[in-house]
Write a protein that binds this ligand. Structure first.
Ligand SMILES: Nc1nc2c(ncn2[C@@H]2O[C@H](COP(=O)(O)OP(=O)(O)OP(=O)(O)O)[C@@H](O)[C@H]2O)c(=O)[nH]1
Ligand SMILES: [Mg+2]
Length: 239
């Protein structure tokens, strides 16, 4: 990154990685082209393929190595804690969320403490992404349930691409290490008075590697956890 794009404020780019050797070269080259003014923080979650070696070959990146798999949430928690910039951007390593959207996310962070890159905000982009019935309606259901209980308006609770002003994390202690982290983070941000601001993103379903999500199982866990946090909030125990 010889001539970083200095029109944007500096930020930490947190990327959770688990067995993404097939997609990482493309991720790196797309990131390079953007010339971002950022600190990449890669969290290798005990990949069993060549991901870790690839991450270590990327110049000027911070690489966190998990000796054992600590979950998607565990990876984000460690990645976010390792940085020090005022702004944090989280993005998956598989290019499903185009790295080219990062500048818009950072710009939005100047005036919003929490920004989610939504796959469902722009109907034309949603249609082009062709995500399939379960993923689309599962996400709608989760977002609706969360919005109703926590007075928010996000269109994509389960996006893997989001931005945070670091100060939004000040009062938050995390306990969830798996994909449940997404729920916990969103609930606790709301409980701390933050409002999620959505920007539209063109989602590109993965062309390489395998998904490790189990939608029905993870969906049931989500609804249980959301109820748990709602009850905690009603009892005044959430913050
Ligand atoms: N599934 C999974 N992903 C992890 C883990 N740790 C880090 N990740 C990374 O978290 C990001 C999201 O995981 P994905 O498996 O792509 O989840 P997804 O995007 O919902 O599923 P796909 O649409 O099939 O890609 C990717 O960058 C993974 O490499 C983990 O323990 N499990
Ligand atoms: Mg993915």
């Amino acid at each position: 990154m010889s001539h970083p794009n200095t029109s944007l404020p500096r930020f930490d780019l947190v990327v959770p990685v688990y067995n993404e050797e097939a997609g990482l070269p493309q991720f790196f080259s797309r990131l390079d082209k953007l010339q971002l003014n950022c600190q990449p923080i890669f969290v290798d979650n005990a990949s069993t393929d060549n991901s870790l070696a690839l991450l270590k070959s990327y110049p000027n990146a911070q690489v966190i190595e998990h000796a054992q798999n600590e979950g998607y949430g565990g990876s984000l928690i460690d990645g976010m804690a390792a940085g020090s910039s005022d702004y944090i951007v989280v993005i998956d390593a598989d290019c499903e969320y185009p790295p080219e959207s990062i500048p818009a996310l950072v710009r939005a962070l100047k005036s919003h403490s929490v920004v989610y890159a939504s796959r469902f905000l722009d109907p034309a982009l949603e249609q082009a992404a062709n995500m399939g019935f379960i993923k689309t309606n599962g996400n709608r259901l989760f977002s609706f349930a969360y919005n109703s209980l926590f007075k928010q308006h996000t269109t994509d609770l389960y996006t893997g691409c989001k931005g945070l002003q670091r100060s939004a994390l000040n009062n938050i202690e995390f306990e969830q290490k798996g994909f449940e982290h997404v729920t916990e983070l969103s609930v606790k941000l709301a409980a701390n008075g933050h409002t999620i601001f959505d920007i539209a993103i063109q989602y590109e379903p993965r062309a390489t590697g395998n998904s490790k999500m189990h939608y029905l199982q993870d969906g049931a866990k989500f609804l249980k956890l959301l109820s748990h946090y709602y009850i905690q909030q009603r009892q005044g125990k959430l913050v």
